[in-house]
Every structure is written in C-alpha cells, then in structure tokens.
Design a protein around this ligand. Structure first.
Ligand SMILES: Cc1cc2nc3c(=O)[nH]c(=O)nc-3n(C[C@H](O)[C@H](O)[C@H](O)COP(=O)(O)OP(=O)(O)OC[C@H]3O[C@@H](n4cnc5c(N)ncnc54)[C@H](O)[C@@H]3O)c2cc1C
Length: 454
C-alpha cells in the first residue's frame, strides 16, 4: 500500500481495479482533492487493458505495453492500492460501512464502489473441475497460463511425432479471440458452440456463416450446434473431449469460454438487489446505503428497447465509472446514467466485424431489414419507425462511426441521404443543415468548434 499507512478507514473504497474502478477513482479525485481513496483488487497488477489479453497470447503485444494508465497513475493522485489475491474482499457490511478482505483485515469506508466486473460462466460439463490443462480466458494470468501450456503441449506433441490440438468451448467474442490467439501456438484448434451459429449474440445466421468460412481458411475448425458433454483423461489432465454429437476429440488443452456473468456475489451477500446484474439508479447507487456500482457488474437499461441486461463492454465500464465517481464525490458535473446499448468492434485475423444495437429483431416487432452482400463483405441494417436500430458490418468497416451516431442520437433517416446504406460504401457525412444544427448543439454560444461566429 502506498505510504505504508495502517489500514483503517478510507473516505472512498473501490473494489475492483479495472475500467470502472480506476475511472471512478480518477473522477473522485478530480472533485475531491483531500478525501482518502483505496482501490483493492484480487488481481496482482496495476490496471491493464483486459481486451488486450488475446493480443498478449498471440504475441502481438507484451505485458509492459498493456497498462491502461501511466505507471505513476495511483501515486500522482494519492490513491492507495492493495493488489493481490489476499486482498479479495470477501464480505461487506453496508450498515457498518466496513469490508473484510481474504487476509482477515477490515477496512472502514465512507462510500464504497463495487466494480467487480464479470466472472466466467462455468458450464455444467462433467469432468471440468480440478483440471490442470483447462483454462478460462478473462485475466492476464489466464492468458499467461494458456500460453505456457500451449507451448509445452506443442513441444511434447512434436516430440511424440503428432500434432497438438486445443479445444475452445464457446464461440462468443471471448472464445473466438482466445481461439485465434491460441492458434499461433498449437497445430489445430477446434471451437465448439452450443448455439446453431458462431457469435450468436453479435451476428445473424448469414453473417456467422460467412465469418465461419473465413475462419476455416485460417485453420479454425468452428463447430456450431455441438458442445462438450464431458472432459476425459487420467488424473488432473484432460486428454479428450466427449462431444454432444457422440464423437470424441483428442486434445492437449481446453479453453472454457462459454460466457461471463456479473460478479454480484459480494454485493448480493451484503443484501443488494440484483436483476440481471446489480440493480442501480441513474446515479449508479445500489440498493445499499453508500454503496455504488459500475461496469460489467451492473444491470444496464438498453436504450433501444428498454430491456435490462448486463453490458460487458470496456467503454460502458468507463462511462459508468465516471458517473459513479462524480456522484460519490458530489460533483456538480454529475449527469444521470440513463442506459446504453452495445457497440462491438473486433477483428479476427484479417476479418473485421462491427456490430451495434438490435441485429436479430423479433419478427413481430415491426422492424425492417436491409442486407448487402458483396463477396466477403456483409452488411445488415435494422430500422424501425424511420430510425436506425442496429447494424452488422462484416469486412465492410466504412462509416461505422456515423451509423452508431445515427442510432445514438435517434436521427430520423428521412433527414439523411437516400444512399445511406449503399452497397458500395461511400464516405458519409451529414447534410450541411443537419451538420450545422449538430455543431450548434455542442457549441450553444453561437461559436462553432473553430471559434467562428454564426
Ligand atoms: C478476452 C476479452 C476481450 C474483450 N474484448 C473487448 C473488446 O474488444 N471491447 C470491449 O468493449 N470489451 C471487451 N471485453 C470486455 C471488457 O474487458 C470488460 O467489459 C471490462 O473489462 C469491464 O470492466 P470492469 O471494470 O467492469 O470489470 P473487470 O475488468 O472485470 O474488472 C473487475 C476487477 O475486479 C476484481 N474483483 C472482483 N471481485 C473482487 C473482490 N471481491 N475483491 C477484490 N477484487 C475483486 C477482479 O479480479 C477484476 O480485476 C473483453 C473482455 C475479455 C476477457
């Protein structure tokens, strides 16, 4: 802990040192220069870009380039830290304003932020628990462990005159990123997916089929509609996977990435209400006194269809961290967090995928779809009542930012060019009058961005 001070009580206790937690700390400090802040995390690292763990495993980045903040971030803001498994907060007493860590130490607080993020969903597969060559894919340590295991397994397999193979369970965004990354270290990768298509939450059937074909070209053997029924092998090592289609796959290691769920256990144990994540108000306060929550752990209102669900995305965690930090510190700049919607940008090998909003609308919901296919480029636009509600852009990244803005700001499509969704993308811009109005919405004093008068 910075400054070696005895652990007693802090004005602000932040549980979780990632996108939501550090952003909250930054905004608390911006408002309150004096209050004491402690961030605790069970991971033994300064904040790092979690989405970069697949690039680490791939060898495209190194650990020292994954930091999300400068090295002096905590010190420069006089933020105390306790990072390591012994500092996991194991219980919270909201009425007593106290948290207890795994090492038995108690910490008092004035206000507390739950920024505990996600935990992996553990699928009910026989023989999954207690294995030494089965890995999750959520943390820096997961990526390092998978890297070591894959390289050792490949060396041993080649020594024995055979190919090495990894099985990835789950073809969601995290599973496919893990599969791509591990493919650089093993000879064969098979990806299992219970749903009938890969990326079931962010693609439709047609887009998934195109992407699956491209991934096959890079050696990824994706098998939608099939998953693991049991992991088999002597002792702690898995040597084969029994599949739901009755066949068996030999393997050297397994990555289990079937999804994540909000890590609500601590707050719920203290009496907080949960729905599909921790229930929070627009000030990001939980139902517990002086306890706030931000990031993957919360339930978020989807601004497009008013449904409530977790939104496990880095920019959302940062946005919520900012709002929570401002409310916790009583900032006059605090603005209510009304909700959000999904925007995903990801690449696999040479394929780019951008998706946002509602992409698989309910048939009876009054939605319309426009689809464009040009070779490997696939685009789908979902509209309703003259508004853009969602899009898929596979291998056709042009104009994604402007489409997202059109969704976000609910700009009527009637105000925009007819060729907005053109098959051959053009570089879009708003019409002059709309651009002018938008500029003036941001600069209401009559000055535009460059300081020119109207
Ligand atoms: C492989 C991968 C790729 C991703 N790619 C993208 C992407 O391309 N784009 C995108 O937007 N998002 C991506 N995400 C999701 C993104 O990383 C998360 O949405 C984001 O990290 C959430 O931040 P958070 O602060 O809410 O929580 P987390 O990042 O989950 O961090 C929570 C922290 O709290 C700690 N913690 C939990 N409980 C306790 C406790 N009781 N005591 C102490 N510490 C505790 C955890 O160990 C963890 O360190 C990806 C995630 C993964 C795993």
């Amino acid at each position: 802990m910075a400054g070696n001070q005895a652990i007693t009580s802090f004005d602000y206790l932040i549980i979780g040192n990632s996108a939501a937690g550090v952003t909250a700390a930054e905004y608390i400090r911006a408002q309150d220069g004096e209050g004491s802040i402690l961030i605790v995390s069970r991971e033994p690292y300064a904040v790092y870009g979690r989405p970069l763990i697949s690039y680490l495993l791939e060898g495209k980045t190194t650990e020292d380039r994954m930091g999300f903040k400068p090295d002096d971030f905590y010190m420069a803001r006089n933020i105390d830290t306790l990072f390591g498994p012994q500092y996991e907060v194991v219980s919270l007493n909201a009425a007593g304003h106290q948290a207890v860590m795994r090492d038995g130490q108690a910490i008092g607080y004035g206000k507390c932020l739950i920024a505990t993020g996600s935990v992996p969903f553990v699928p009910p597969i026989e023989g999954l628990e207690g294995r030494t060559n089965v890995f999750g894919f959520l943390t820096l340590d997961d990526a390092k462990s998978a890297w070591n295991a894959a390289r050792e397994a490949t060396a041993a397999a080649h020594e024995a005159g055979r190919k090495s193979r990894a099985v990835v369970i789950g073809a969601g965004l995290i599973g496919l990123k893990a599969a791509e990354a591990i493919s650089y270290h093993v000879d064969e990768v098979v990806v299992l997916e219970l749903a009938p298509r890969i990326l079931p939450a962010v693609l439709d059937d047609r887009g998934a089929a195109i992407l699956q074909g491209q991934l096959a070209g890079h050696g990824l053997d994706c098998r939608p509609g099939i998953t693991a029924s049991a992991l088999q092998g002597e002792g702690a090592q898995v040597s084969s996977v029994a599949l739901t289609d009755g066949s068996t796959l030999e393997c050297d290691l397994v990555i289990a990435a079937v999804g994540v769920r909000p890590d609500t256990a601590l707050a719920v144990g203290a009496g907080a209400e949960q729905g599909r994540g921790l229930v929070v108000g627009t000030d990001l306060k939980t139902t517990l006194a002086d306890v706030y929550a931000a990031g993957d752990v919360t339930q978020v209102v989807n601004l497009l269809d008013c449904s409530k669900q977790p939104l496990a995305l880095w920019p959302n965690a940062m946005r919520q961290g900012k709002v929570a930090g401002q409310y916790m510190a009583g900032s006059p700049d605090a603005e209510p967090f009304e909700g959000s919607f999904a925007v995903n940008a990801v690449d696999f090998y040479d394929c780019s995928l951008l998706t946002s909003g509602i992409i698989n609308p309910a048939p009876e919901g009054g939605y319309e779809e426009q689809v464009f296919v040009q070779g490997k480029a696939y685009a789908k636009f979902v509209t309703k009542n003259g508004l853009l509600m969602g899009y898929i852009l596979l291998n056709r990244p042009a104009n994604a930012g402007i489409y997202t803005t059109i969704i976000e700001e609910r700009i009527p499509l009637a105000e925009l060019a007819d060729d907005l969704f053109e098959e051959t993308p053009i570089n879009l811009d708003f019409p002059d009058d709309l651009r002018w109005k938008r500029l003036h919405a941001f600069y209401p004093s009559g000055l535009d961005k460059r300081g020119w008068k109207e």
